[in-house]
Ligand binder design. Structure first.
Ligand SMILES: [Zn+2]
Length: 98
């Protein structure tokens, strides 16, 4: 494989997480448990003042429990959407089907 054909992620984890936040909250932050909209940010998580429970950005989505960094998830989704081989992402070459 030619080195120039390898995919790299040019966005930072912070930029990617911000994009996912827009998609997940659809521009309106809300608690996934009770729907309360005045949630607070607490370090890397969110907290609902009504439930008093913390939650992650991915709670209530198919990404719940995800352990991948945002940039790696982005590359995986990008490969999947473009129907590209995982061979093009060096970190995922081990998952590529021969
Ligand atoms: Zn709540």
């Amino acid at each position: 494989m030619n080195e120039s054909t390898k995919l790299i992620c040019t966005l930072s984890n912070k930029q990617i997480k911000a994009q996912f936040k827009l998609l997940i909250f659809n521009g309106r932050s809300r608690c996934p448990r009770c729907g309360y909209t005045k949630i607070r940010r607490s370090e890397n998580r969110y907290r609902c003042p009504k439930c008093r429970l913390p939650f992650s950005l991915t709670l209530g989505t198919w990404l719940k429990g995800m352990k991948l960094p945002w940039d790696k998830l982005y590359l995986l989704l990008d490969c999947w959407l473009k129907r590209m081989s995982l061979d093009l992402v060096p970190e995922y070459a081990m998952f590529a089907v021969a």
